[in-house]
Ligand binder design. Structure first.
Ligand code: V07
Length: 249
């Protein structure tokens, strides 16, 4: 079946409300072609645009993309410096399109370690798209799940000392309210490209009931067809549950 028909068929069923992607394999993509790793990151950035457009068309509410982890700072300095230019590059080219398509840009992670120019570019995108109510494009940038959980714990202890709550009052909703994006629904579908079968410190709390989709395809090769294939797999699984979760979620 052609892509257009597959998209139409997807729209007949329940699409994931929140989809998250670990965009892995950019360096490997470049190496395979005898190119520097940064060429892979640049190619990966182009796929971000395609994924965003398609997610928006499919009526997905939130697309969270793991763009840079707290661990990624250990990479060679020139590579990190190049990656930190990608938000600006991406937004210089595509921000008008995002505004036009009613996409709202957001970020999940700590801004403090980001270079000033990176922060400025992202803040401008957030400002220019804040009234949009289509797809929420949530970039996980300088994000690490354990660090998120520890920050939550620290703030909770401060609030506890202030008498904001007692230990026995802490439930899942209380805990969630201390996370970085307490108002987002948990991801329904997580995709990880490039053949690695692990979470690498990504959204450990939020992925408790999420469907996982792992593929060997490298992120720069992850086309619209692959994206739709992942959504189709998700829909097959959720139809098998008959619309009700059987895992308590
Ligand atoms: C990054 C390209 C995609 C593959 C994974 C690593 C490299 C787009 C952005 C971005 C971030 C914020 C924003 C707009 C665009 C980005 C980083 C890396 C750090 F508001 N791609 N991309 N940011 N890569």
């Amino acid at each position: 079946m052609q892509l257009e028909d597959r998209i139409k068929a997807c729209l007949q069923h329940e699409v994931p409300k929140h989809m998250a992607i670990i965009m892995d394999g950019n360096g490997r993509w470049a190496k395979k072609r005898g190119l520097p790793r940064i060429a892979g990151h640049h190619e990966g950035m182009k796929m971000v645009r395609k994924a965003t457009k398609l997610a928006n068309r499919l009526g997905i509410d939130v697309l969270t993309l793991y763009a840079f982890s707290t661990e990624n700072w250990t990479r060679p300095k020139p590579e990190v410096e190049y990656i930190m230019k990608l938000p600006e590059q991406f937004l210089t080219t595509y921000l008008p399109e995002l505004v036009e398509e009613n996409v709202k840009v957001d970020m999940m992670g700590t801004k403090d370690r980001l270079p000033f120019h990176t922060k400025v570019a992202i803040e401008k995108a957030m400002e220019d798209t804040k009234e949009n109510n289509g797809l929420l494009l949530n970039f996980a940038l300088n994000y690490g799940s354990r660090s998120e959980l520890i920050c939550a714990m620290q703030q909770m202890l401060r609030d506890h000392e202030q008498g904001v709550f007692n230990a026995h009052q802490v439930d899942e909703d209380t805990f969630r309210s201390y996370l970085l994006k307490p108002d987002l629904p948990d991801p329904d579908l997580l995709i990880r490209t490039s053949g690695e079968i692990r979470l690498s410190n990504f959204m450990l709390w939020q992925l408790a009931y999420t469907e996982f989709y792992f593929t060997d395809v490298l992120w720069p090769d992850f086309t619209e067809e692959h994206f739709v294939e992942a959504v189709e797999a998700y829909q097959k699984r959720s139809r098998r549950y008959g619309g009700v979760r059987n895992d308590g979620g």
